[in-house]
Design a protein around this ligand. Structure first.
Ligand SMILES: Cc1cc2nc3c(=O)[nH]c(=O)nc-3n(C[C@H](O)[C@H](O)[C@H](O)COP(=O)(O)OP(=O)(O)OC[C@H]3O[C@@H](n4cnc5c(N)ncnc54)[C@H](O)[C@@H]3O)c2cc1C
Ligand SMILES: Cc1cc2nc3c(=O)[nH]c(=O)nc-3n(C[C@H](O)[C@H](O)[C@H](O)COP(=O)(O)O)c2cc1C
Length: 457
C-alpha cells in the first residue's frame, strides 16, 4: 500500500515536472522568436550592444519610465544602462548604436534641468551620429503653448546629426495611458517580452485631511495653508525629503496637481504648504481651493507620492546646503531642514536659508520653527527677504547678489544649492544672480556635479 502510494506520488511529480519543462521550453521558444523578430526589425541591435536609456526629467516621471523601460529590456535579456541626458558626453553618444530617449519639457518648451547641459553643450550644432538608432518618447502637456518643445528639438537635432529613428516618436500629453502603451509596445518588441503585463502607474491611495491651518492671516498676498494628511490604514510612510505628492481633486480627476512634501516620514504625516489659487473670474483654483476651503477636515484625499530625484538630497547628504525659495516653496526646503534636524545630533550640518515673502508681520511661515533651528545652530545663516517691508521692493535674488562673497565661500566649501518655489520671477532671477556671482561655468559645473537642484513651478 505504502509502495503504491509512493509510486503514484512519484508519477504525479514526474508529470508535474514534465508540464513545467514544456511551459519553460514554450516560453523560451517564444522569447527567442520575439528577440529574432526584434533583431530583424532593428538594423544594429546585434545582441552584444548595450542599449542606452537616456532621460531628461524635472519632476521624475521620465526618469521613472526610463527605469521601467530598462527593467523590461533586462527581463528580455537585452543589456541596458540608464543615464540622465546631462551625464552623456559627445564621444559616448557617438559610440552608442542603440538608444531610447525619454524626455519631458519645461518652462516654455525648455529642457528640464538635468538636460540643460546637454542642450547647451551638444545640441547647439549637429553632431555626427550616423550609427545611432533610436526611439524617442516625449512627455508634455497639450495645455502648454510649446507642447513637447524640448522633445521636438531633440528629434530635430538627432535627425540633423544623421541618427536614424526606429519608429515615429511617441508623444504623451499628461500621462495618458494609450500613448504610454504605444511606448511599452515598442520596448516589448526590442526586449522580446510581449507577454509582460502593462506598466502600472503607482495607485492613488486615500489619505485623510487631518489638520489645516491658515499661515498668513491679514496677508496682502493669497491665503496660504499648512495641511496635514494621515496615511491610509496600514499605509507605509515611505518618501524622502524633496519628494512630491500628486493629488486628484474631485473637480478634476483627469489632471493631478503636484505639491512639494514639507515633512519627513518621522513626522508621521505628510505636511503640505498650499497657496490658495484664485482664477480671474473670482473662483478658487480647482485643487488648491478644494484642499484649503471646500474639503472638510477628515475628508479622504486621493494621493500618491512621487520620487523627485532632481530635488532629493542624494550625494549632497554631507554637503552644506544653501536653501533658496519663496512663498509655498518653503515646503520643499522645510522637508530637507526637517531631515537634517532629525539627525543633527549625530551628523551636524551647515545650512543657510534665503527665503522671500511679502511682509514679516503676516507672511513669516513656520517662524518659531525657523528661529528654533537658528538658535540650535542647524540654520547657520537665515536671510528672510520681505519684499514689501521697505519702500524699495527686494527679493531673494537681490540678497544672493548682496551676499556674493559668502555665497562664493560656501560654494568653495562644497555647498549645494536647493531652489524651491515660483518658476516665474524667482527661479529665473536666482539663476541670473548665481551666474553673476559664480559665473556661467561655475553654475553649469554645479549642475553637472548635482549641486544645483530645483523644485520650481
Ligand atoms: C513640481 C511642482 C510642485 C508644486 N508644489 C506646490 C506647493 O508646494 N504648494 C503649492 O501651493 N503649489 C504647488 N504647486 C502648484 C500646484 O500643483 C497647482 O498648480 C496649484 O495649486 C494650482 O492648482 P489649482 O488646481 O488650484 O488651480 P487651477 O484651477 O488649475 O488653476 C491654475 C491656473 O489655471 C488657469 N485657470 C484655470 N481655470 C480657470 C478659470 N476658470 N478662469 C481663469 N483662469 C483659470 C489660471 O491661470 C490659474 O491661475 C506645485 C507645482 C509643481 C509642478
Ligand atoms: C512648470 C511646468 C512647466 C511645463 N512646461 C511644459 C511645456 O512648455 N510644454 C509641455 O509640453 N509640457 C510642459 N510641462 C508638462 C511636463 O512636461 C509633463 O508634466 C511631464 O510629464 C513631466 O515629466 P517629468 O516629471 O519627467 O519632468 C510643464 C510642467 C510644469 C510643471
Amino acid at each position: 500500500m505504502t509502495t503504491s502510494r509512493l509510486l503514484l506520488a512519484l508519477l504525479l511529480l514526474a508529470a508535474y515536472l514534465a508540464m513545467c519543462a514544456a511551459i519553460y521550453l514554450a516560453e523560451k521558444r517564444k522569447r527567442k522568436r520575439a528577440a529574432h523578430e526584434a533583431a530583424a526589425w532593428l538594423p544594429s541591435a546585434d545582441g552584444g550592444q548595450t542599449w542606452l536609456v537616456a532621460y531628461a526629467s524635472q519632476t521624475g516621471f521620465a526618469e521613472q519610465l526610463a527605469r521601467q523601460t530598462a527593467r523590461v529590456l533586462h527581463t528580455g535579456g537585452v543589456p541596458a544602462r540608464v543615464s540622465a541626458l546631462s551625464e552623456l558626453g559627445d564621444e559616448e553618444l557617438q559610440c552608442t548604436e542603440s538608444a531610447l530617449f525619454i524626455v519631458s519639457t519645461y518652462g516654455e518648451g525648455d529642457p528640464p534641468d538635468n538636460a540643460s547641459r546637454f542642450f547647451d553643450k551638444l545640441m547647439q550644432a549637429p553632431a555626427a551620429l550616423p550609427s545611432l538608432h533610436y526611439g524617442l518618447l516625449m512627455l508634455g502637456d497639450r495645455s502648454y503653448a510649446s507642447f513637447c518643445g524640448f522633445g521636438r528639438a531633440l528629434a530635430a537635432w538627432l535627425a540633423a546629426s544623421g541618427a536614424q529613428a526606429l519608429f515615429e516618436p511617441v508623444v504623451v500629453s499628461n500621462e495618458e495611458a494609450a500613448a504610454l502603451q504605444a511606448w511599452q509596445h515598442h520596448v516589448n518588441r526590442i526586449a522580446g517580452t510581449s507577454d509582460v503585463p502593462d506598466w502600472q502607474a503607482p495607485a492613488y491611495r486615500r489619505w485623510r485631511l487631518a489638520a489645516r491651518r491658515l499661515m498668513n492671516p491679514h496677508s496682502a498676498g493669497t491665503p496660504t495653508y499648512h495641511l496635514e494628511l494621515e496615511a491610509p490604514d496600514g499605509g507605509a510612510l515611505a518618501w524622502q525629503a524633496g519628494d512630491l505628492a500628486q493629488i486628484l481633486a474631485p473637480g478634476d480627476r483627469q489632471r493631478p496637481r503636484e505639491y512639494s512634501v514639507a515633512s519627513i516620514p518621522a513626522d508621521g504625516r505628510i505636511h503640505l504648504l498650499v497657496r490658495q489659487e484664485r482664477h480671474g473670474d473670482g473662483t478658487l483654483g480647482i485643487a488648491s481651493g478644494w484642499l484649503t476651503h471646500d474639503a472638510p477636515l477628515g475628508a479622504p484625499v486621493e494621493l500618491r507620492l512621487r520620487a523627485h530625484g532632481n530635488f532629493r538630497i542624494g550625494d549632497n547628504a554631507r554637503r552644506p546646503l544653501i536653501l533658496i525659495g519663496n512663498g509655498s516653496g518653503l515646503a520643499g526646503l522645510r522637508s530637507h531642514l526637517r531631515a537634517r534636524a532629525a539627525d543633527f545630533a549625530t551628523r551636524p550640518s551647515r545650512n543657510w536659508l534665503i527665503f522671500g515673502e511679502r511682509n514679516a508681520a503676516s507672511d513669516f511661515y513656520y517662524r518659531e520653527e525657523i528661529e528654533a533651528w537658528q538658535a540650535q545652530g542647524l540654520l547657520t545663516r537665515v536671510d528672510m527677504v520681505f519684499s514689501r517691508d521697505q519702500a524699495e521692493r527686494r527679493y531673494v535674488q537681490d540678497r544672493v547678489r548682496e551676499q556674493a562673497g559668502i555665497v562664493r565661500e560656501w560654494i568653495a566649501h562644497d555647498a549645494a544649492i536647493y531652489v524651491c518655489g515660483s518658476l516665474e520671477g524667482m527661479a529665473g532671477g536666482v539663476e541670473a544672480a548665481l551666474i553673476d556671482v559664480l559665473g556661467e561655468d561655475g553654475v553649469s559645473d554645479l549642475v553637472a556635479q548635482g549641486r544645483y537642484k530645483r523644485d520650481v513651478y
